[in-house]
Ligand binder design. Structure first.
Ligand SMILES: Cc1cc2nc3c(=O)[nH]c(=O)nc-3n(C[C@H](O)[C@H](O)[C@H](O)COP(=O)(O)OP(=O)(O)OC[C@H]3O[C@@H](n4cnc5c(N)ncnc54)[C@H](O)[C@@H]3O)c2cc1C
Ligand code: HEM
Length: 423
């Protein structure tokens, strides 16, 4: 029975998503059902994400090539995806509160070349997974409410992606999709890193507009994996620089090191990314390892007057990339901690920074997820709200229990006659 409903809804969605700005506001009845059932989905977030991606790749294998296998293998994308669905549903009465999440997702989607024709597969596999996971508890009312809400969400995603594609294309030197670039320089950078310089294959030399902190998304010619690399050159320059560190067992970083030579071609998507400077007079930066790349880009663009402090942790001085470039910026409060020679007192050090710069500053963390989360929690506990976090993976690292859902109820329980009917 629900299979028939699903097939119909997927067909309908294909027609609907091609119509721009077609989304209808959701009725009160639909919103009530979503509000009542979201805690259940939230409670099963991890299992639901796993089931969804299992179904997606089985039924629509053409979508798999877009994803990072390491993120899937670690369950990160499954979690990030369901988290976004739950977040959307939790804000069903106040959709404007979902806008920052939507924007963040679009940066990622557009960097990776996601197009509207791929969305119907997400819709049908989401519905399929819902019926599969919750079985008969998904009454016709509940099925219909989620079906309509997902259509609404997907239309918003497509519009948001299109806005992001428009920005990427309209900036000076910008483009849509992937463009060929040539490696013009390749230089060893410290013990384990390499700096690459890319110029456009068509000879364009008028400079590229982007926001410091953003990344390029790169793929080898005829290769599948695409990865993001922070741009370390300044806006306006006629080339893009990136600094890469080899990751053990890593597909792309290994390829860049071994196979990419001066004169080689790569395909790149235009700059994307939301880890950019806030509008403030004081900025405090905390980073670890290769996470220094966006921090360097931000500090250079803000200059020494607005950069209050940097706190950077690395395993040893030889592995610390961009060290000299950072020292050249002339920032007053720079702290480098090398864990091979010093004991790390993260809590104490971050609290000291906080006492120096208080809640008036904007704080930025760019580091592996566990380090980033630890720093984030120390700052949160100190009372800081203005914190931007980036970890070189998918999804957010700053809300292990984001929505503080009320205790879950059963799906059967929530279908009450008062939810029926429309506004
Ligand atoms: C916004 C952003 C900006 C970034 N900027 C930079 C930058 O400036 N410089 C930089 O060097 N990097 C940067 N990165 C990281 C970069 O995009 C790559 O993730 C990194 O280079 C590793 O890619 P890889 O293909 O070599 O490794 P992957 O092949 O993705 O593997 C990563 C790790 O996961 C393991 N793994 C692979 N498959 C699985 C699996 N199925 N299950 C479990 N584990 C698995 C691998 O063994 C390896 O240890 C950035 C990432 C993001 C998201
Ligand atoms: C209901 C619609 C969708 C939602 C809610 C959604 C949500 C998300 C979220 C939350 C992320 C993580 C963003 C981040 O790191 O900040 C993400 C990443 C991603 N999404 Fe989507 N997405 C949707 C549809 C799609 C579609 C149609 C595709 C097409 C294949 C797609 C492909 C990807 C890819 C490839 C990534 C990066 C994964 C990685 O790095 O491992 N998404 N999405």
């Amino acid at each position: 029975m629900w299979r028939r409903r699903l097939a119909t809804s997927a067909g309908a969605l294909k027609r609907e998503v091609s119509i721009k700005d077609a989304s209808q506001p959701l009725s009160r009845a639909v919103r009530m059902v979503i509000k009542a059932t979201t805690p259940v989905v939230s409670r099963h977030e991890i299992k639901f994400g796993e089931l969804f991606y299992k179904n997606l790749f089985k039924n629509n294998p053409e979508t798999r090539k877009f994803f990072n296998e390491a993120h899937l293998g670690k369950g990160l994308q499954q979690r990030a995806f369901t988290d976004a669905i739950v977040r959307f549903a939790s804000f069903i009465e106040t959709p404007e509160k979902f806008a920052p999440t939507l924007e963040r997702i679009s940066h990622r989607h557009c960097a990776l070349g996601v197009t509207p024709d791929l969305y119907p597969a997400f819709h049908s596999n989401l519905m399929k997974s819902m019926y599969e996971m919750f079985g008969e508890a998904v009454s016709p009312e509940i099925g219909d409410a989620w079906n309509k809400s997902l259509t609404f969400l997907i239309e918003r995603c497509i519009r948001s992606d299109e806005m992001q594609y428009g920005k990427m294309e309209s900036r000076k030197g910008g483009w849509r999709g992937e463009a060929p670039f040539i490696v013009s320089e390749k230089e060893k950078f410290g013990k384990e890193a390499i700096r690459f310089r890319f110029v456009r294959a068509d000879g364009y030399k008028d400079g590229f507009e982007f926001t410091p902190g953003q990344y390029l998304t790169i793929r080898g010619e005829n290769a599948v994996p695409r990865r993001h690399y922070t741009i370390t050159s300044a806006p306006g320059e006629p080339h893009f620089d990136i600094v890469t560190r080899e990751i053990k067992g890593g597909e792309m970083s290994g390829f860049l090191k071994k196979h990419l030579k001066v004169g080689s071609t790569v395909l790149a998507a235009a700059p994307c990314g939301h880890f950019v400077a806030k509008d403030n007079f004081s900025h405090v930066f905390i980073s670890a390892g290769i996470g220094i790349t966006p921090i360097y880009a931000l500090m250079r663009s803000l200059g020494k007057d607005q950069t209050s402090a940097l706190y950077h942790v690395d395993t040893c001085i030889n592995k610390h990339v961009l060290r000299n470039e950072i020292l050249d910026l002339g920032i007053h409060d720079v702290n480098f901690i090398y864990s091979d020679t010093e004991e790390l007192n993260l809590r104490e050090d971050i609290e000291t920074l906080f006492h120096r710069y208080s809640i008036a500053a904007s704080y930025y963390i760019s580091a592996p997820a566990d380090f980033a989360l630890e720093v984030y929690e120390i700052l949160k506990r100190a009372g800081v709200n203005d914190i931007s976090v980036q970890s070189f993976q998918t999804g957010k690292v700053d809300h292990p229990d984001p929505l503080k859902m009320p205790p879950p109820e059963t799906l059967i329980h929530v279908v009450q006659p008062s939810y029926a009917g429309t506004d």
